[in-house]
Design a protein around this ligand. Structure first.
Ligand code: FMN
Length: 199
């Protein structure tokens, strides 16, 4: 599938076929593809929680204001980020780089995030969002639909026992659509969104 076809055919699907089963190999393929996404300093902040347990999915549905995707989709991932991944053996993010590059990157990482919690969070969130989009486009190539979802972050944190130093980016549901989504609801034009040089 061409990238442009994946972009065009991806829609947020709300009604999934609950009978459709996804294989472990497909989940692995999705995560492997998403893991190639760009991330700040290659920190790969993303952590994907695969919600499989029926009771956990029921709780997760509650935490998404009872959206049916959570229990009808074939795969539900909670895209999280490790806010402190930059502190956790950062040499592994640059292990294949020349020694001077690796050293300088690790120094930069420490300098940038040690006293800037806002940047620490923003960069992790940006990176996790990149991985989320990659997951949705890869799913499209694999013949799977998807839906990005918000949630009650506090409730969802309890469902997955989110560590103190992690945050939630979004919920993603994957599966086969049972119903076509509405036509695109109201799209801005290129002129509306493209600003040249300054606002
Ligand atoms: C951060 C984020 C949160 C979203 N939350 C929900 C949601 O809770 N439920 C839902 O059905 N769609 C949700 N969406 C999907 C948007 O409604 C959808 O992307 C938008 O209406 C455009 O439609 P399309 O994705 O089919 O092009 C969310 C999308 C994003 C990026």
């Amino acid at each position: 599938m061409k990238v442009s076809d994946a972009i065009k055919s991806r829609r947020s699907v709300n009604i999934f076929d609950p009978a459709y089963k996804i294989s472990d190999a497909e989940v692995h393929e999705l995560i492997e593809a998403a893991s190639l996404s760009p991330s700040a300093f290659n920190i790969q902040h993303w952590r994907f929680v695969w919600l499989r347990d029926e009771a956990a999915l029921k709780q997760a549905k509650e935490a998404t204001w009872f959206q049916p995707q959570v229990t009808d989709a074939s795969l539900v991932l909670l895209v999280c980020l490790d806010l402190k991944a930059w502190q956790k053996s950062p040499e592994r993010y640059w292990v294949n780089a020349p020694a001077d590059v690796s050293e300088s990157m690790i120094n930069n990482i420490q300098q940038l995030y040690a006293s800037n919690a806002q940047l620490e969070r923003d960069e992790g969130m940006r990176s996790a969002a990149m991985a989320s989009m990659a997951l949705m486009l890869k799913a499209q190539e694999m013949g799977l639909d998807s839906c990005a979802m918000a949630c009650d972050f506090e409730k969802m944190s309890e469902v997955v026992n989110l560590p103190e130093d992690h945050a939630i980016c979004m919920v993603l549901a994957f599966g086969k659509r049972l119903q076509e989504p509405y036509p695109r609801p109201g799209m801005l034009s290129v002129d509306d969104v493209l600003i040249t040089d300054s606002f």
